[in-house]
Design a protein around this ligand. Structure first.
Ligand code: BEZ
Ligand code: FE
Length: 288
């Protein structure tokens, strides 16, 4: 029978006939942790009600473009934990981070060297890189999909009336030597959406909502494990307190100032500009 001492055992036993072993394992563990949590904090009825209301409002905030539950998972560090344990960087592979909600628009195909900045507001910047596998062999033809916030900390989709669609987005194809380069502007740090329950949670806990400045990259090719990662701007505020715990030391790079009129002219950039190199090591796709 259900009682305080045996509550988790009784509920876990109710799943005994579940044919899907993995489902049984997950539900049993979930119930054990949930019951331990309720006992640990001595949850009151009012607190349980407030929690249910919070989760209900989190669901109600979701629509086709807004996913408040993922945002909740993000600020609790759960998204980064799932990402990290499922994409361990082995044999020198580049570390991964969360994809985030702003990859909702397909990036337009662009030619190597193109600019993804359709506005011209911000510090001009050259991004270069090379995609290699864990044996150091170039991954020629790899797809390098990039998207980023602008110099004011906004993605194009957040200001559709002011900024052209697909601003600061592009899908590049690495050359035969795995190399890619493109022009852009240096992104700024920005706040995650705070106009919902997750924003209230951050406010109540005196946490700031900001993400350190970064460029998103998704690198894919046949036979490799797709890499979803960020290139972080060294010196950006919030590198040590990113709101979604997305920063990994190995992904921070200097965006070095360059004052070289001839090189700038050759690249089609104003002088001076900033330059960053981001070598990428991808891992083989999982067998099977
Ligand atoms: C982003 O980097 O785009 C992002 C990630 C998690 C939550 C909000 C934004
Ligand atoms: Fe982002």
């Amino acid at each position: 029978m259900f009682d305080e001492e045996h509550s988790a055992d009784v509920v876990a036993a109710s799943f005994g006939a579940t044919p899907d072993e993995r489902l049984k394992e997950i539900l049993t563990s979930l119930v054990r942790h949930a019951h331990a949590f309720v006992k640990d904090v001595g949850l009151t009825t009012e607190e349980w009600t407030a929690g249910i209301r919070f989760l209900t409002e989190t669901g109600q905030k979701c629509d086709a473009t807004r996913q408040e539950f993922i945002l909740l998972s993000d600020v609790l560090g759960v998204s980064m934990l799932v990402e990290t344990i499922n994409n361990r960087a082995e044999d020198g592979g580049t570390e991964s981070t969360v994809e985030g909600p702003f990859h909702m628009v397909a990036s337009p195909p662009r030619a190597l060297g193109d600019s993804i900045d359709l506005v011209g507001n911000g510090e001009p910047c050259l991004v270069t890189g090379r995609v290699v596998d864990t044996a150091g062999r170039p991954v020629g033809g790899a797809s390098v999909d990039v998207w980023q916030a602008d110099a004011d900390g906004f993605y194009d989709v957040q200001r559709p009336d002011e900024v052209p669609r697909q601003n600061l987005r592009g899908r590049f194809t690495a050359d035969a030597d795995g190399r890619f380069h493109f022009r852009t502007v240096v992104p700024r740090f920005y706040p995650i959406p705070t106009d919902g329950p997750v924003g209230r949670l951050l406010g109540a806990t005196r946490r700031h909502p900001n993400r350190a400045a970064h460029i998103h990259l998704e690198v894919s090719a046949p036979g490799i494990r797709t890499l979803t990662t960020h290139l972080f701007v060294d010196g950006s505020p919030y590198l040590d307190s990113d709101a979604v715990f997305g920063v990994k030391e190995s992904l921070i790079r200097e965006f070095a100032p360059v004052d070289d009129p001839a090189r700038a002219a050759g690249l089609g950039l104003p002088n001076p500009f900033r330059a960053v190199d981001f070598p990428i090591v991808v891992q083989p796709a999982a067998a099977g």
